[in-house]
Design a protein around this ligand. Structure first.
Ligand SMILES: Cc1ncc(COP(=O)(O)O)c(C=O)c1O
Length: 230
């Protein structure tokens, strides 16, 4: 048994801590029951998008979207939409990263996947990332408590895209945005907010890939990030 214990034991995979002062009474209910497609619903989504971009300090040319199915939905729509044109290097060291590796190999069945793993408590050799490949990784491996130290191992001259599951990192850890082409997270994690919503962040290079690459597999409507090629 550890002798030193955290003062606030809400960590790891959740349930996650609410912010100090959280109360249901603070939630405005004036849009309760309104469609997310109504003018007011859309305006609320836009405010949330704009505020999130500002609070995270995203570069002005990065995009941010709110999507269905939590972090899982956001990360899977990124993989399904973007991967295929280049070999993929996947780094994982706990259960969620392993899940993405399984998606790549067993669901998407990508032919050129190199996987780098480490047991619980350790990190794989991140320097193996090939800048010509797409890279899939988790910033903070929630279930092992091991995070990448920084983004220095990601090349500024990379040709591939970096896809980062950052769900328990965004808002808790500094993210070097120029190193990240796709980041995903859910409100339920670091913010202790509602489940079911995912957030996806896209760099200009990720948007360019979306506009030029057509996935070889069928895309369910909720995964489609482009309309008419835009
Ligand atoms: C690293 C990581 N990825 C993905 C998930 C899944 O997140 P969600 O339940 O928001 O889909 C979690 C949840 O704990 C996580 O910690």
């Amino acid at each position: 048994m550890p002798t030193v214990k955290p003062a606030v034991p809400n960590f790891s995979s959740g349930p996650c801590a609410k912010r100090p002062g959280y109360s249901l009474a603070c939630l405005p209910t004036n849009l309760l029951g309104r469609s997310h497609r109504s003018a007011k619903g859309k305006a609320r989504l836009q405010k949330s998008i704009d505020d999130t971009k500002r609070l995270l300090g995203l570069p002005a040319d990065y995009r941010l979207g709110i999507v269905p199915a939590s972090d899982t939905g956001a990360f899977e729509m990124a993989m399904w939409s973007l991967l295929g044109p280049r070999p993929v290097d996947v780094f994982f060291w706990e259960s969620f990263g392993e899940g993405w590796m399984n998606d790549l190999q067993k669901q998407l069945k990508l032919p050129n996947v190199r996987s780098f793993s480490a047991p619980y408590g350790e990190l794989p050799d991140l320097t193996q990332a090939n800048p010509a490949h797409d890279v899939v990784f988790t910033w903070n491996g929630t279930t092992s408590g091991v995070k990448v130290p920084n983004g220095d191992w990601i090349s500024d001259q990379r040709e591939g895209l970096t896809l980062c599951d950052a769900t328990s990192a965004v808002f808790a850890m500094e993210i070097p945005w120029p190193k990240i082409d796709v980041a995903t997270f859910s409100w339920q994690k670091v913010l202790g907010g509602e489940a079911a919503h995912g957030v996806i962040v896209l760099s200009p290079r990720a948007v360019a890939r979306l506009q030029t690459h057509k996935p070889a597999w069928p895309m369910p409507k909720i995964f489609r990030l482009t309309k008419g090629g835009e």
